[in-house]
Design a binder for this molecule. Structure first.
Ligand SMILES: Nc1ncnc2c1ncn2[C@@H]1O[C@H](COP(=O)(O)OP(=O)(O)OP(=O)(O)O)[C@@H](O)[C@H]1O
Length: 240
């Protein structure tokens, strides 16, 4: 068993709602979510398709605003922020990892990561970011020359190279088989452990919850479970 319990709040959501309106039809994607995320914590977010996971993570990451309720990043209220403030928040504090890697095909792994480090305030060298995700030997490969898991690890290197405070991952292993999926989880696990980056990981694979400090389950736009994981394991111990 691995014991490490971080404590300070990095995100706080209070009564968050999100209603999508398409014509006359309203969809209540979030129906009053209360949640806090602690500095350095790894949270796995589970829930059926349509339960509101991506909506919640997009709001935490400043990609979207709630319809009601309040969201704070440390002392800053995101739910009151202007577009310009949200852009600055995302640039300075958030790394995103999505199911599809969105790498530039004509650029090497190193160059894909350098796209971000060239505009960040205090970036790590692209080489260090790639080493952290186990790709020291693939720096000059192009996306088409890499496996899905390697491409996703380049995407993780790109997300962490600007040293974000939080890493928001929406189905990062959704397109991967078990072997490459575990390599991707290893990279996320080590970033969280070694850099202390608070991490939210959305997944449909319930066995992945075993690597989390805390497990949150959404159903129908509400938190129906929010529990610490007292028996954390390494990604290699997850049965896929
Ligand atoms: N842009 C949008 N316009 C209208 N409805 C939307 C929009 N985005 C999401 N929804 C609806 O909001 C609800 C929650 O969607 P969300 O994508 O947050 O769920 P999810 O739990 O991430 O699902 P999945 O696991 O399938 O990705 C769903 O009913 C979805 O159809």
């Amino acid at each position: 068993m691995i014991q490490d319990t971080p404590t300070l709040p990095v995100f706080r959501a209070e009564g968050v709602t999100r209603v999508y309106q398409t014509g006359a039809v309203k969809v209540w994607a979030l129906r009053g979510v209360d949640l806090s995320l602690t500095e350095g914590e790894m949270v796995v977010l589970l829930g059926a398709s349509g339960s509101g996971k991506s909506t919640l993570v997009n709001i935490l990451g400043g990609l979207d605003l709630p319809s009601g309720g309040r969201v704070f990043f440390r002392d800053t209220e995101l739910s009151q922020a202007t577009d310009r403030q949200l852009t600055a928040f995302r640039r300075d504090h958030v790394g995103f990892v999505f199911q599809f890697y969105n790498l530039v095909p004509s650029l090497s792994a190193r160059e894909n990561v350098a796209l971000v480090t060239e505009i960040a305030r205090d970036p790590m060298p692209p080489e260090e970011a790639l080493e952290r995700v186990g790709l020291a030997h693939r720096m000059d490969h192009f996306p088409a020359e890499m496996s899905g898991g390697e491409q996703q690890r380049v995407a993780i290197a790109r997300a962490i190279a600007k040293r974000p405070d939080v890493l928001l991952c929406d189905e990062p292993t959704g397109a991967l088989d078990s072997k490459t999926g575990i390599q991707v989880l290893d990279a996320l696990y080590e970033v969280n452990r070694d850099l202390g980056t608070a991490t939210v990981l959305i997944t449909h694979n319930a066995s992945i919850q075993r690597i989390a400090h805390r497990v949150v389950v959404l159903a129908d736009g509400k938190v129906v479970r929010d529990d610490p994981n007292t028996d954390r394991v390494l990604p290699a111990q997850v049965s896929w």
